[in-house]
Design a protein around this ligand. Structure first.
Ligand SMILES: [Zn+2]
Length: 116
């Protein structure tokens, strides 16, 4: 059994849309506003999220000892060493031990072979 199409309501809707009445104009405005909201809201939320992420990243501080990154703490939660106050902006690569420039350090590796 097939349900008959609601021709009456379809005709009424077309009449409202086609004939320039205040009701038709209101309906068109409503549909336009809804479409604009649906299209604009994700864009707005995405922009807000991106800006929030950028601001948060600038506040991240990098631990000079272990490279752990955290926000709003005076001490590193991973190793306990105090954060460098100047490392709040930019961050950069984590250094090795405090006070040691990693680019001037030579690391000697000794190979130890186990004899059975
Ligand atoms: Zn640390």
């Amino acid at each position: 059994m097939q349900r008959p199409l609601p021709w009456f309501w379809i005709g009424l809707l077309l009449l409202i849309l086609v004939v320039p009445t205040p009701a038709g104009r209101l309906l068109l405005d409503l549909v336009g506003g809804l479409t604009l909201t649906l299209l604009g809201l994700p864009l707005l939320l995405g922009t807000a999220g991106f800006l929030t992420w950028q601001i948060r990243q600038r506040r991240l501080r990098t631990c000079p000892a272990c490279g752990f990154r955290a926000i709003g703490l005076e001490q590193c939660p991973a190793c306990g060493s105090p954060f460098d106050p100047s490392s709040g902006l930019g961050g950069g690569a984590p250094a090795g031990a405090p006070g040691v420039d990693a680019s001037t350090v030579t690391i000697d590796v000794e190979v130890i072979q186990d004899s059975d």
